[in-house]
Ligand binder design. Structure first.
Ligand code: HEC
Length: 156
């Protein structure tokens, strides 16, 4: 019985420390790598903003060009050094990579929908792309976006 309690306690402690680790993972990245991520983010945000007038005016060529740029932005991560690639893999959890991959997939689907001039799917994938921003930030960047961890307040 005692043994079981010890095992349970040890599991609990390791779960708690794992949780803390995942919350501070970004802080462990080198300043150079964080700068790469921040630059990429600003360019993605500009793209998202510029897509609004393009989508609302049916300028599918522009939408697909911007979506492609966002897609490429993620691919260009390949340009970082092998050591930085290792650092990213080592320090960021698998879950981060999965959201990132999904984000990249949505950008690709948005590009394809705009190439097909499919306004419904363009809106769907724009919204999915936007959802990935908050999904990733609320799980992995709450230091930069602390509003995600605030309790909801009822609007009057
Ligand atoms: C897979 C995760 C992920 C996704 C998806 C993601 N972000 Fe980020 N974003 C981050 C992380 C991590 C940071 C914090 C980087 C740091 O400070 O080191 C960040 C920071 C930012 C910043 C602040 C950059 C700065 O100058 O400090 C902006 C702006 C931003 N993201 C916009 C976006 C937008 C817009 C989207 C969606 C279209 C998006 N992000 C999608 C992970 C993500």
């Amino acid at each position: 019985m005692k043994k079981i309690i010890v095992i349970l306690f040890a599991t609990l402690i390791s779960l708690i420390s794992l949780n803390c680790y995942s919350k501070n993972e970004l802080q462990t990245l080198s300043p150079e790598l964080r700068e790469v991520i921040q630059k990429k983010m600003v360019s993605i945000q500009n793209g998202m903003q510029n897509m609004i007038p393009a989508i609302s005016s049916g300028n599918y060529k522009e939408v697909s060009a911007i979506a492609f740029k966002i897609e490429k932005n993620f691919i260009e991560e390949q340009k970082i050094t092998a050591q930085q690639k290792y650092e990213l893999k080592d320090k960021l959890p698998t879950k981060y990579g999965l959201i990132e991959q999904q984000f990249y997939d949505y950008a690709k689907m948005l590009r394809e929908a705009s190439q097909d001039h499919d306004s419904t799917l363009v809106s769907v994938y724009y919204s999915k792309l936007l959802g990935s921003c908050s999904s990733c930030h609320s799980q992995h960047a709450t230091k930069q976006f602390p509003l995600f961890i605030q309790k909801p307040v009822k609007n009057k």
